[in-house]
Write a protein that binds this ligand. Sequence first.
Ligand code: AMP
Ligand code: GLY
Length: 423
Amino acid sequence: MKVLIVGSGGREHAIAWKVAQSSKVDKIYCAPGNAGIAEYAECVPIGAMEFDKLVAFAKEKSIDLTVIGMDDPLVGGVVDAFEAEGLRVFGPRKNAAILEGSKAFSKDLMKKYGIPTAAYENFNSPEAALAYLETSKYPIVLKADGLALGKGVLICMTKEEAIEGVKTLMLDKQFGSAGDTIVVEEFMTGREVSVLSFVDGETIKIMTSAQDHKRAKDGDQGLNTGGMGTFSPSPFYTKEVDEFCRKYIYQATVDAMKAEGRPFKGIIFFGLMLTPDGPKVLEYNARFGDPETQVVLPRMKNDIVEVFEACVDGTLADIELEFEENAAVCVVLASDGYPEKYEKGYPISGLETFQDKDGYYVFHAGTKFDGNTIVTNGGRVLGVTAKGENLVEARKNAYAATEWISFDNKYMRNDIGKAIDEA
Ligand code: AMP
Ligand code: GLY
């Protein structure tokens, strides 16, 4: 088989690495890819939003399956564009990717189908939102309806902050049209867990759990980022939590989408909060998490291409997902200053150390070739992942492996997986 992967981050590197292990696959392409992905795939300079070019490329190369990693093309309808030309593609259509593309849609869906989530109201006028804030309880949470690179969520401690927030999202349009509508939501407390799943329109199969660290600095300080590190499994995702979510959240979401005439095929990523009142959905994503994928896929035993195909064909019920009984930790090596201002173009050394080490991985997020040298090319540069018998071992291994890499302005959090000690 020939497989095309669309995307260019650590998530897509992990997907490409996993696809490369499939006995069914002879050739992998990635658009646009990065310097690490180039080890497994031929990278082609087509952007993830260039649907016409992607479709033309898939036809020209007789691609058997295209896998979309990123949210923007999915929400924009890339799957529909492929299907219109009779091409096989893994991911939700536009009318299903709205589960991530519109927070107002997903909140209304959860309310309609009784799926546990924070109480909320949607607003499409700033006046109405401001009036609502007069009688609200604080803290409160404001969310831009549309995609905002994970940055469109504001936790407001006071009414004054919330009024500023409405201004930022709806009047100053910091996230453009993503803020035309906002969700104003009850503030919840508890541990966060990320659960990824494969879905074929009807059947859902749950992967092992993970936890992300979204803030830039140790102790969950600093700005929100795309994610500074992950561990898997989450010790807080207990058997009871799993049973609850299977009963009230996972299948209920898939059934709700089908009932709405929006059957979902692809990955549903459940962002959950384990509140004192039980697990609740924080958000849905319509794709693999980044950097959750970097700790989940190394622990997965299945041939991922078989699972992708089962989702496309509607035969997921026949597949049993299997994960190793161990743990993995991923520490993101970023450019100092991320997510605000940072420099790029510094040579990276030590990458070769990973080559002969079982259970250690270096997934590239923002890298590129400068001649024969691999240089930094983004805020998040690398995801260093290590496995271990348990979370404590995996964390020790991952932090040891971060020492193998050097580049100017290297920055990382030193407390990824600290919660493990509290479990
Ligand atoms: P989201 O993009 O919706 O997952 O939100 C980003 C982050 O904001 C989450 O990972 C949470 O840490 C936080 N957050 C979102 N919604 C709430 C809420 N209702 N209560 C408390 N924290 C929240
Ligand atoms: N790590 C969070 C996300 O992928 O949205």
